[in-house]
Design a protein. Structure first.
Length: 288
């Protein structure tokens, strides 16, 4: 069964035109194509990675699948719901993790931020408080839960963002460059958490965008290389590397299909997961 299906999806943006340009040629429409004829399927329970450089169209595609933007043409289904015709049902069944710190209220505490977003998911009063406490424990933020968000480190802010994405127990979790702006150790800590808890324990379907080769290979069951709004190739990391011959790397694959290079990151040994040990296995009400 597929959690996500995208068919011939294209997204175009109109460019701003000055008054003189409009008067001189009123019928001309200056447009830029962000996504062109995207086709993909994501199986239930897998981690699907969208690998590409900045400006490739990764965030645009995720926003369309999260109903935050509309496609120009084509169709997309998430959890069996049409992103245009059944947008409310789509939003009820997904979570969205972004590194955009502006989406939080900096003067509120971490707990107050999560309680606010829990209210948006129809968690109120004691139910919201219990859910938020549960999530704070899972991401190991109990001791700093009542400190202002503005005092959090980049790693703590990202953990809070992940907790927010899990509030409604989503079937599909969209993660837009989840380790961007994190130092190498914090980035590896976040990957460990994604793999060991969200994937292995909770068996969520994850749609992840990244420009980090190590992250894509470490986390993803399958990868699609997106460049200049087009999917160049897709497959498992091993299939993609094998297609170019022995000893090929994912970086070689990206360079072959895009003509560009992405820098690989050598991850350090992580201590975050050792500290957490997931004392609250099944504590989110999703364990078996």
């Amino acid at each position: 069964m597929h959690s996500i299906e995208v068919h011939n999806l294209t997204k175009k943006f109109s460019l701003h035109r000055g008054l003189f340009d409009f008067v001189a040629d009123p019928l001309n429409k200056d447009e830029i194509t962000s996504l062109e004829m995207i086709n993909l399927q994501v199986r239930e329970g897998e981690v699907f990675g969208l690998l590409g450089p900045n400006g490739a169209g990764k965030t645009t595609l995720i926003k369309i699948l999260c109903t935050l933007s509309f496609p120009s043409t084509g169709a997309a289904m998430v959890n069996g719901y049409d992103v245009l015709k059944e947008s409310r049902r789509v939003r009820e069944s997904i979570g969205y993790v972004t590194t955009d710190e502006r989406s939080f209220y900096w003067r509120l505490t971490g707990r107050q931020n999560l309680e606010f977003f829990a209210n948006l998911h129809n968690y109120y009063s004691k139910k919201a408080q219990n859910r938020v406490s549960e999530l704070l424990s899972i991401v190991n933020l109990e001791k700093r839960a009542d400190d202002p968000f503005l005092s959090y480190s980049a790693g703590m802010k990202q953990r809070l963002a992940i907790a927010r994405g899990l509030i409604n127990d989503p079937k599909v979790l969209f993660m837009d460059e989840p380790t961007r702006s994190l130092d190498p150790r914090a980035a590896q800590d976040a990957r460990d958490f994604i793999h060991d808890y969200i994937v292995s324990e909770q068996e969520k379907t994850i749609f992840l965008s990244t420009h980090n080769l190590n992250e894509a290979e470490q986390l993803c069951n399958r990868i699609a290389i997106l460049d200049e709004g087009k999917i160049k190739v897709s497959g498992t990391p091993q299939e993609l590397k094998s297609s170019l011959g022995d000893n090929s790397t994912l970086g070689d694959v990206f360079a072959f299909y895009s003509g560009k290079k992405l820098e690989e990151e050598r991850p350090p040994k992580s201590s975050f997961m050792k500290e957490m040990r997931f004392r609250h296995r099944g504590g989110m009400g999703m364990g078996r």
